[in-house]
Design a protein around this ligand. Structure first.
Ligand SMILES: Cc1cc2nc3c(=O)[nH]c(=O)nc-3n(C[C@H](O)[C@H](O)[C@H](O)COP(=O)(O)OP(=O)(O)OC[C@H]3O[C@@H](n4cnc5c(N)ncnc54)[C@H](O)[C@@H]3O)c2cc1C
Length: 783
């Protein structure tokens, strides 16, 4: 009897729940209405500029990773970016030539600028107009070609790469192409394409850096004298800093807030952020002084103007685009961010991998190449595997732009993680080469990169902010299938329609969260062994796809629970938000690495690079889960989530030393894999160039190693005991005179020693260097 009653109650509850959940008007009235009210009260207030920033751009592969069940077929089907014959020829000829025209030491220490010849060459050959369509006289290159060019230039000289990168990134050309009037396009684009105009873009002011939407620079709509006539225009006052190319620009894109107190344009008094193009000769516009950004020597400086009158036609897109500046900037941000910093920092990493790897084989201590010591192998491994991954991310993200995407979150991931890894790679490189990296001079190939690494970390969205606010914050809103819909419903002025939309999104959201919870438990309990993966993937990578799907499901679940528990508070808990961003990012990095491995036909020799990079990154993702769960505000829920996500412990350890050894080995020997890893590095094969000398010395070192072995055997047998000259430098001479090695072998050793001497030497200068004398003293190479 009791059992029957209980069954009846349970049945009634199920029917009741079905009625509530299954009949939308009923569930809206009984449930959603109350939830909607609470939701609206806790939803953080969002300004228009914040909304523009969050809603700009598109969602691409990162959306799949965010939503818990990535469709790997989609990733594998994305076309592999390729250069056209024209773009390839540009890389092989013009880019090579541009690199040969600059000498980084001369640029950074003597000229404090590129030489006039280098400037003339990059202008004439269209480097400054790579993104401008051919119809306007530009090169009309793909995003991938643009990335390839910047990557290679960055392996040579930062002033060269930044001077090319900036006009092709977010700035006047990009804004004109999207929003310019026909007259503005016809006038400026051909001139920008040919370097007749040098652009800069000034948004940042002393009072508004990361919080760029709060710029105090302002314009007042008014009448004034323009070219001898009274005209309607704007009186603009600005105080900007850090604008790249500003000291030499001929036209500056200027962002300011426009006001119309007298209603000359309409009823709106605060029109909003506006972007104008200000020619250098505009009376009152002041730009010409420069900053000194960490010895990088690209042009960068402040700009000022006080009540500068300019016509409304200066507004990009004309008066109708007044107030649209912020939206324009946010819409275009993702494209440049996908290319500039990921490319320049991949370039630095490629150069480090090539030159430091070579150096580590040429330089020997304790009678062994330093690159063979386990301790040195550790940083070499990071250099190799990170460079492989960074370049994979760079190429995949540039490829997305060529597919028509403006991937706001993926571009932020690429920017943040490629620049952070470049910092690690260059730091590791400095450790490996010891004092050689510390003493600056023409033969130091890494010191300037080391100095300049913070530039990439700071620009285009400073990294701490990007990690803390953008990666997960924007990701959650843009990539989640329901969050944006819920927010839009809350902001709907039609409250009734808002409730209908909210109810639909809410119940979709609930089902989505429950699904992910169940899937996370299943995948955790089964070690994700039953996750379906496309048959076409390389068998050695199969488990990575399965584990990534598992991590993606767990992440989706965690993201939802966090938003549910913390709501708007999550935005302020930046450490937690950053860790969620880390997990999403690590999955993106791994996807790009797997994509690269497949795209390059699963090169067997590259497999250690891929394996180490994936293990390291998955391990880091796991640590991000741990860090997040350990700091979850509600300890009980944190522990419960840990049980759900990792019911049988952690799937990843640190990457194996055995694979690490293979990676390090790959860096210190010439091979097709090393060439692929550093494919865009500019390597002038002459002794007088630091990177070229390493390459020549590496080849000579490898040729000489069997001869060294012969000498060592003779040494062990006691042949040179107590002989004068039996030291590390002169032992070859002794071995030759005692008939241990042949004339040809001795000649080879002499050449190796000569090259090694060039490579390991550092520059020195007169004691008063910096005041009177700037010429380094050339060294006599040892025989
Ligand atoms: C060499 C160079 C070139 C540049 N080129 C240009 C250019 O061409 N045009 C242009 O307009 N600007 C340019 N900039 C400006 C650049 O975009 C800014 O430097 C950047 O936006 C950061 O601003 P800030 O330096 O004032 O740092 P701040 O805004 O003062 O930030 C300081 C630190 O606080 C962190 N931070 C700030 N807010 C938050 C938050 N909410 N949560 C977590 N962390 C936060 C930042 O990440 C940073 O680490 C350039 C800067 C440099 C150095």
């Amino acid at each position: 009897m009791i059992l029957q009653a209980l069954l009846l109650v349970v049945a009634l509850m199920i029917v009741g729940a079905l009625l509530i959940f299954g009949i939308p008007p009923l569930r809206r009235a009984l449930l959603s209405k109350a939830v909607f009210k609470t939701y609206k009260s806790i939803l953080p207030q969002m300004s228009e500029t914040e909304r523009d920033a969050l809603e700009a751009g598109t969602v691409w592969w990162e959306g799949e990773l965010f939503q818990g069940d990535p469709d790997w077929n989609k990733l594998l089907a994305y076309p592999v970016p390729k250069l056209t014959a024209e773009e390839q020829s540009f890389m092989d000829n013009e880019v090579e030539q541009a690199c040969s025209l600059v000498d980084d030491w001369q640029v950074t220490s003597e000229l404090h600028d590129m030489s006039p010849e280098a400037w003339a060459y990059i202008k004439e050959k269209g480097f400054l107009g790579m993104i401008i369509p051919k119809a306007y006289g530009g090169l009309g290159f793909s995003a991938y070609a643009h990335s390839q060019v910047v990557t290679k230039l960055s392996t040579r000289c930062s002033a060269l790469s930044v001077s090319v990168m900036v006009p092709n990134s977010l700035g006047p050309a990009e804004l004109l192409m999207h929003y310019g009037t026909d007259e503005q396009k016809k006038y400026y684009l051909p001139r920008l394409a040919k370097g007749l105009e040098i652009p800069a873009f000034a948004l940042t002011s002393p009072w508004a850096g990361s919080d760029a939407a709060s710029i105090p620079d302002s314009g007042i709509v008014c009448k004034g004298q323009w070219q001898g006539k009274e005209s309607l225009g704007m009186r603009v006052t600005w105080d900007k800093r850090y604008a790249t190319l500003a000291p030499i620009c001929t036209v500056m894109g200027l962002a300011f807030r426009l006001y119309d107190p007298d209603g000359l344009l309409g009823s709106k008094k605060d029109i909003g952020i506006t972007c104008a193009l200000v020619p250098r000769e505009t009376p009152g516009a002041d730009f010409g002084r420069r900053h000194f950004p960490l010895n990088a020597m690209f042009m960068n400086g402040p700009s000022h103007g006080q009540d500068v009158f300019m016509p409304l036609d200066y507004i990009i897109g004309g008066p109708k685009m007044a107030g649209q500046g912020w939206r324009m900037l946010m819409e275009c941000l993702a494209t440049g961010r996908s290319i500039s910093l990921p490319s320049s920092n991949s370039g630095m990493a490629q150069m480090t991998a090539r030159a430091v790897g070579g150096y580590a084989r040429v330089r020997s201590q304790f009678k062994m190449a330093v690159g063979r010591f386990e301790g040195v192998e550790e940083p070499l491994t990071r250099i190799g595997a990170y460079t492989y991954m960074m370049d994979a991310v760079r190429k995949m993200t540039a490829g997305a732009v060529d597919l028509g995407e403006k991937p706001s979150v993926a571009s932020a991931i690429a920017k943040y993680h490629v620049t952070e890894r470049a910092r690690q790679v260059v730091n590791d490189g400095m450790d490996v080469i010891g004092g050689k990296g510390i003493c600056l001079g023409p033969s130091n190939f890494l010191g300037r990169a080391y100095q300049q690494i913070p530039v990439g970390i700071t620009v285009e969205g400073a990294n701490i902010l990007t990690r803390s606010l953008i990666l997960f914050g924007q990701g959650a809103i843009r990539c989640h299938p329901y969050v944006l819909k819920e927010m839009q419903a809350a902001h709907n002025p039609d409250a009734e329609q808002g409730l209908i939309d909210f109810d639909k999104a809410l119940f979709g959201h609930i089902a989505y969260t429950i699904r992910h919870c169940l899937r996370a438990i299943m995948k955790g309990l089964t070690g994700s062994h039953f996750v379906k993966v496309p048959d076409s993937v390389a068998p050695e990578t199969r488990r990575y796809y399965q584990q990534l799907t598992r991590f993606s499901t767990a992440f989706a679940f965690l993201a939802d629970i966090s938003m549910l528990v913390m709501g708007g508070e999550l935005k302020r808990r930046e450490r937690l938000s950053a860790r969620l961003g880390d997990i999403l990012s690590m999955m993106y990095l791994c996807s790009a690495t797997l994509k690269r491995y497949e795209s390059e036909d699963r090169q067997k020799e590259d497999a250690p690079l891929m394996h180490w990079a994936i293990w390291d990154t998955m391990y880091k993702a796991q640590m991000a889960f741990d860090g997040f769960l350990a700091n979850f505000p509600n300890k009980f829920i944190g522990r419960l989530l840990n049980r759900i996500i990792f019911p049988l412990g952690h799937p990843y350890d640190v990457p194996s030393d055995k694979i690490g050894h293979q990676v390090a080995k790959l860096l210190i020997s010439p091979s097709a894999a090393r060439d692929r890893l550093t494919a865009e590095t500019y390597v002038p094969m002459v002794e007088t160039e630091a990177v070229g000398a390493i390459e020549l010395a590496l080849n000579a070192t490898i040729e000489a190693e069997p001869i060294d072995a012969k000498i060592r055997s003779a040494e062990k047998a006691g042949m040179f005991r107590d002989m004068p000259g039996a030291n590390v430098r002169d032992v070859a001479q002794l071995a030759f005179s005692m008939g241990v090695i042949t004339t040809e072998e001795f000649a080879l050793l002499k050449r190796r020693n000569h090259l090694r001497d060039i490579v390991i030497r550092v520059d020195d200068f007169p004691h008063d260097y910096g005041f009177y004398q700037r010429q380094p003293v050339a060294h006599k190479a040892a025989a």
